[in-house]
Ligand binder design. Structure first.
Ligand code: MEV
Length: 337
């Protein structure tokens, strides 16, 4: 069910083991951290994927390792939510998303695995998949918003509590409600660079949360919200310079709440001459940056980052969200995986 809000894409179809699924990662353009308090966020699914293949087994295995459930909270939560009979699974995970890099590797793992489990259980409405993926990620992580899981389940370019676009679903939790809307994709190329400095979402969110609760916190939250709204208006007007300017304002706010990092600042300085705007993306304190290159300078922006010795990608918004692999699905048949 989707709260009377129009459907956001095809439901997860019924399927049988062995079964594969994949999920895109995500990139946040505006509003990370403030979204945890229900403020607006703009983000999109990126064309870097996590793929999982699940087969029946004698005992649970994850990429060949035995006893993975105790060591993998996301797997444990997913099985608790969606796999009550507990029959053992042999899971093979392959991913182009760097881990702990702010690009949604946890959300993509949760979404791909939930897609498989929901499919084997008879299929699921996509809005419900987004809600269950959020419960799993939140349960394993302890903090956060539904932004990441919703982006990788929905695919495309999305606004959360941003008031513009076509409503697709809402997720509610502990006094907050996040309304998700699909936005038109201007079709631009974005550049992402990953610092290699690992970060953990929980501590970063908790630290920023303390500042939001301190005197001046409401003003900070409003500043994040205002930048996200102005950035979204510029995006809808296909105004690259305006979007870039709001990305830089957003980065200044993120710096002021202590989630930038010297490595991220060096990457930002290196890429800026080829770009309209650039900022950290995700929880920060390490992780990745996203930049909006000037037309024709996309590869120069990538090169400026790789010269620093960090991996960088030119990415686009990917329209499809998490889905099963196989006949009718987005990828090759699972037997070929
Ligand atoms: C992490 O990718 C984004 C944060 O806003 C946390 C969240 O929304 O769950 C920092």
């Amino acid at each position: 069910m989707s709260d009377g809000i129009s459907s956001a894409g095809p439901p997860i179809p019924p399927g049988r083991l062995p079964l594969g699924a994949r999920s895109p990662g995500k990139c946040i353009l505006f509003g990370e951290h403030a979204v945890v308090r229900g403020e607006p966020e703009v983000l999109f699914a990126i064309d870097l994927y996590t793929q999982i293949v699940a087969r029946p087994a004698e005992a649970h295995r994850l990429n060949g390792s035995p006893d993975p459930v105790a060591r993998h909270p996301y797997l444990a939560r997913a099985l608790a939510e969606l796999w009550p009979d507990g029959s053992p699974l042999d899971l093979t995970v392959t991913s182009r998303l760097p881990k702990s890099a702010g690009l949604g590797s946890s959300a993509a793992f949760v979404a791909a695995l939930s897609t498989i489990l929901a499919s084997v259980r008879g299929g699921l409405d996509r809005a419900e998949l987004a809600r269950v993926a959020y419960r799993i990620e939140q349960g394993a992580q302890g903090v956060g918003s539904p932004g990441d899981t919703t982006a990788v389940v929905a695919g495309g370019l999305l606004g959360v509590n941003a008031g513009k676009g076509e409503p697709i679903w809402a997720v509610a939790d502990d006094g907050h409600r996040w309304e998700v809307r699909r936005l038109p994709d201007p079709g631009w190329t974005w550049v992402i660079g990953s610092s290699g400095v690992p970060r953990a979402t929980g501590p970063a969110v908790a630290g920023v949360g303390r500042l939001f609760d301190a005197p001046g916190g409401p003003g900070r939250l409003e500043a994040f919200a205002e930048v996200a709204r102005s950035g979204l208006d510029a995006l809808l007007g296909e105004d690259r310079e305006g979007v870039g300017g709001q990305m830089r304002r957003n980065q200044a706010l993120l710096r002021a709440v202590g989630v930038s990092h010297p490595r991220l600042e060096a990457m930002i300085d290196a890429v800026a001459p080829a770009c309209w705007g650039e900022k950290l993306t995700g929880a920060g304190a390490g992780g990745s940056i996203v930049a909006l290159p000037r037309a024709g300078r996309e590869m120069e922006a990538v090169r400026r980052l790789t010269r620093l010795g960090v991996p960088a990608w030119a990415v686009r918004v990917t329209a499809g969200g998490a889905d099963t692999l196989g006949a009718g699905g987005p990828g090759p048949p699972v037997s070929g995986a």
